[in-house]
Design a binder for this molecule. Structure first.
Ligand code: PRT
Ligand code: ZN
Length: 288
């Protein structure tokens, strides 16, 4: 690509955000070859260079301008407290940062943490949470396997990430309080120059099209002509549904787009209204 401007993006090198981050770039039509075991790679069909880093380092690299943008969990972003802009929530890597206590202990509210020892990898967020709630407790910072801390007598409670809750359960703990809800976000450094901003806008346009498509389904169905008006009224669609005559006399084919949250409800109503042969197809990209 010669001396053309490229946007440098930092993503996790390996771990829970890696697959989804690479997948998102691919769905945006960005070719990334040889991503395995590389520290960096340049796309051949989009002006972007990818850096593979530990997630904890991403906010700092973006703030310092070593990378222009990055994909990182809101939990890491909040803990590191770096000056970067959150540009877009990406909808994957969902989890929560929670207080967990031994199963046998009854949780009676935030005040019951007074004087307790808390093990966590999130000292900054825990300190902030305690201060907000005017609770005094000691924080023991540990970098991994936080969930075993109460069992080995290192702490009374923990603050750690939870998604299914399985890890807590296996360690005899239960979730008592959510401190932060988190998902992966796209962050950008402050004061990106115009050329890089233009590339970021292009990328964002694609990311939003991919996200929108994931939330929608394309549906096709056959409708008796005397029910058409009723069936059309049930379909929100982007503009209005497409109606095509079928070879079979008195029937039409109806095509439309449905959002996932209202999907089943609408399908049931369509069936009740006489729609037949309903086909539901995933949408790859959606540009409005
Ligand atoms: O090497 P590097 O520093 O880059 O990776 P890492 O080991 O620090 O992070 P990694 O790959 O484990 O997680 C990266 C990001 O994924 C986190 O910062 C979160 O934003 C997000 N994420 C989503 C999670 C989870 N879900 C999650 N469940 N990160 C960690 N967990 C762990 C949690 O710490 C606990 O040990 O999974 C366990 C709990 O899971 P459940 O399903 O049993 O509740
Ligand atoms: Zn990490």
């Amino acid at each position: 690509m010669g001396n053309e401007t490229v946007l440098r993006i930092a993503i996790q090198k390996s771990g829970r955000l890696y697959e989804d981050s690479v997948q998102l770039l691919k769905e945006c039509g960005i070719d990334l070859r040889n991503v395995k075991d590389r520290l960096r790679t340049v796309s051949e069909n989009f002006p972007i260079e990818v850096f593979f880093l530990r997630d904890d380092d991403i906010p700092e690299y973006v703030e310092d301008g070593v990378a222009d943008i990055g994909i990182v969990g809101q939990n890491v972003l909040a803990e590191k407290d770096r000056k970067v802009d959150t540009v877009e929530a990406l909808g994957f890597g969902k989890c929560r940062l929670s207080i967990a206590i031994p199963k046998a202990i009854e949780y009676t509210g935030i005040q019951s943490l007074e004087g307790k020892r808390i093990a966590t990898s999130y000292p900054h967020l825990v300190r902030e949470f305690l201060a907000t709630n005017k609770v005094n407790a000691s924080i023991h910072e540990i970098s991994g396997s936080v969930e075993i801390a109460p069992g080995i007598g290192l702490s009374d409670v923990i603050v750690d990430l939870v998604s299914s809750g399985g890890t807590l359960f296996m360690n005899g703990l239960k979730e008592a309080e959510i401190i932060l809800e988190s998902q992966a976000v796209l962050v950008a450094r402050k004061n990106l120059d115009q050329e890089k901003m233009a590339i970021l806008d292009k990328l964002l346009f694609r990311i939003r099209a991919v996200k929108k498509a994931k939330k929608s389904k394309y549906v096709l169905m056959n409708s008796p002509n005397d029910q058409l008006e009723n069936i059309i009224s049930l379909l929100p669609g982007m503009r209005s549904p497409t109606i095509l005559p079928l070879a079979k006399e008195g029937w039409s084919s109806v095509h439309s787009v449905l959002s996932e949250d209202k999907f089943w409800e609408i399908i049931e109503k369509l069936k009740a209204a006489g729609a037949e042969g309903i086909l539901v197809v995933p949408i790859e990209k959606m540009i409005l």
